[in-house]
Design a binder for this molecule. Sequence first.
Ligand code: HEC
Ligand code: HEC
Length: 432
Amino acid sequence: MKRIGVLLCAAVLAGAARYEANGPQSEAFTQPIEGLDANHAATFRKGSGIFRQAWIIGPSQDHPDLVGLGPLYNRLSCIACHVKNGRGAAPDSENGVARTMAARLSVEGRDAHGGPRAHPHYGAQLNPEGVPGVAGEGQAVVEYAEFDETLSDGETLTLRRPKLSFRNLAYGALGPETKTSLRNAPPVFGLGLLESVSDAEILAGKGKPNFVFNIETGGKTLGRFGLKANQPNLRQQIANAFAEDIGITSSLFPSENCAAAQIECRSGASKPELADAQLDTVVTYISALAPPARRHLDDPRVVEGESLFRAIGCSDCHRDALHVADFSLQPTLDGAVIHPYTDLLLHDMGDRLADGREDFDAGARDWRTPPLWGLGLAGKGGDGANFLHDGRARTPIEAILWHGGEAQSSANAFRNLPKSQRQALLAFLNSL
Ligand code: HEC
Ligand code: HEC
């Protein structure tokens, strides 16, 4: 029996999750939801190609459809950050450069749509690379300070606190008033199922919604994607990734990501570099990526861990059941229960996790509850095993110990559990 998440009625979920415990772990996050029709299956394969391929400046006879890189960009391809469709890797251990992360930048105030006000010289995100003739903006560098934390029964763990700084800034100092937010690339599977959950079901959760600018409607709608739920749907999230991360314009983001002061950058071409059909292909690909099936469901420690997860309040935010509504890629899944372990809402996680940077209705200490499905397979396929928004946690237990704010009492309850129960809870997380 195949399952998305936990024990479910096989008839409802027939074939929804593709990866099985005995499959190659390196491909756990790259499988399509089962039962796609031939058209969608072909689009999925094409989208997978676009997600993996390196964009070029052009012109090119071999790849006329992959032209338009830059003028400023972070990486050549989507997969360079979303390694194996999972998390980004830790910063380079030699020089601390955060290569799979995006450093968001803004200044006090809001833009015309109520979002963060982009930095006047660097735009909304630091772009370390530039095409020939255009200077890359600089690098985001992370240094870690380690410290020990002791749990109630005396077990000690070493955590690392990141310190963000910038190197080789090509367009002048950022200025002391600049707000920064370092975000590691999150996994990209299961997102189509999350997009299909109704607004009403999400709004019934206990967290705070983020209402964000929706380019297609011209108004504000519920945000679900991005680490502060700062994007309303996958199409806009993905078009934004093309624009900000690779420098590829589209009908949704028609201007190059050049700030007013970046003269060479601004002189580049500006017609949409990504055709709508290409954007739709990548949207279909991401939407159809299946979450991996769970493993070790019958292990008594996993069963015990799952009930502890509920008992100490983890599932208040990491909601264990949501419903698929209106999933056009695979209509037989309509009404199915999924187990993503997120409420897709914002929570105040306390000062220690704060980035100090607002994002629409998301406050300086708020983050969207990340889905936990696939957590136990993180790092098994060459992807990063780095948790939390900036990858500071090297293990799920470190991630739990960083929880503060609204999650403080839940994290304290975890600290106070006897070791055997802590291990049961970790065994449960590892089965996801
Ligand atoms: C420089 C690294 C980098 C590159 C390159 C990159 N991303 Fe991302 N991606 C991120 C980060 C960081 C986030 C979180 C953004 C935020 O919180 O605003 C993200 C978020 C996402 C999300 C939302 C995930 C979620 O859980 O809400 C999707 C989907 C996505 N990216 C797709 C893509 C696609 C498609 C491409 C290629 C066009 C791409 N990304 C290129 C770093 C990257
Ligand atoms: C008040 C809401 C809330 C509660 C309660 C809560 N979490 Fe979280 N959890 C979050 C948010 C929000 C994040 C992301 C924080 C960040 O990135 O800085 C997170 C992150 C995580 C992560 C890292 C996931 C990743 O992909 O990086 C794990 C693991 C986790 N939580 C497990 C737990 C466990 C286990 C419990 C119970 C002891 C728990 N959480 C309780 C909201 C909550």
